[in-house]
Design a protein around this ligand. Structure first.
Ligand code: SF4
Length: 267
């Protein structure tokens, strides 16, 4: 990392207004270089710079705690671990979660793409968070390849099994977040409904990516943007569906499963 990048980087950002979780303070356990096991076509960080599945300590817990001090007394609804990639890749995830709790006494949330849920250490770390939002944008291998563009070796069937197993043991609030880029056909919807019926998450969150994507990695992609107008870098518009399509699918899911469904464009 360049000296310029490292001096600009702070592991705590926001607070941002989350449509799902209220006023949220962001924690970035990944750092100035984006790292993820996916490279989603809609990722607000831009193209992922390091596409890997290996866990490592990217930001020391002491640095996160130090950065957090500047935000005391943490007048937020939740402290969210997401940031510049997949937070479960941080080997110090458990330590970060327990230290944040000890320091702030605020509820914590982890946003994850579920690709590391087969790792018992990751599951043990996630048991420490109050809430989890698990990304599930695909039901078929082809959809996974097209939308999430995972690193090689990540299979759709493993993701589904891992989420199901994790659901059995996790005691906190589990949301499933699904990004819809194009209207799903009936067969895909039926498979998704079946999966939700067996999973029974506490909530389902449907989105569509109305917010344009930066062409390359931009650190402020960690935060919410209400529009592309004032962003000082190049962005491109993404395929998305109308609010009516989201609403229709939300109603269908709720009727079939009884699970509360929320929907909103990411704009
Ligand atoms: S999982 Fe999240 S961080 Fe990773 S590429 Fe997808 S949207 Fe970006």
């Amino acid at each position: 990392m360049s000296a310029e990048t490292s001096t600009k980087f702070t592991s705590v950002y926001g607070p941002v207004k989350s449509w799902r979780y209220g006023r949220s303070l962001g924690i970035d356990p990944i750092g100035p270089v984006s790292v993820c096991s996916f490279n989603c076509v809609y990722c607000q960080l831009g193209e992922i710079e390091r596409k890997i599945c290996d866990r490592a300590i990217y930001i020391p817990t002491t640095q996160i705690l130090q950065d957090l001090q500047a935000f005391a007394p943490w007048d937020v609804d939740v402290i969210t671990l997401s940031g510049s990639g997949e937070p479960t890749l941080a080997l110090n995830l458990a330590e970060i979660l327990s230290s944040i709790k000890q320091l702030t006494h605020r509820p914590t949330l982890v946003l994850t793409n579920a690709t590391l849920l087969s790792d018992p250490d990751v599951r043990a770390a996630l048991s420490l968070t109050d809430k989890i939002s698990v990304k599930l944008d695909a039901i078929s291998a082809e959809q996974l390849r097209r939308v999430n563009r995972p690193v090689s070796g990540i299979e759709m069937s493993d993701i589904c099994t891992n989420i199901k197993n994790f659901r059995q043991e996790y005691r906190g609030h589990l949301g499933i977040q699904t990004m819809i880029l194009t209207k799903w056909n009936e067969a895909t919807k039926a498979e998704y409904l079946q999966m939700m019926q067996s999973l029974l998450p506490d909530e389902i969150q449907l989105n569509t990516p109305t917010r344009p994507k930066p062409l390359k990695h931009e650190i402020d992609g960690r935060e919410n943007h209400s529009s592309a107008d004032n962003r000082p870098y190049e962005v491109r518009s993404l395929k998305c569906v109308s609010l009516d399509v989201l609403q229709e699918f939300a109603t269908e899911i709720n009727r079939a499963t009884g699970i509360p469904v929320r929907y909103a464009p990411i704009g």
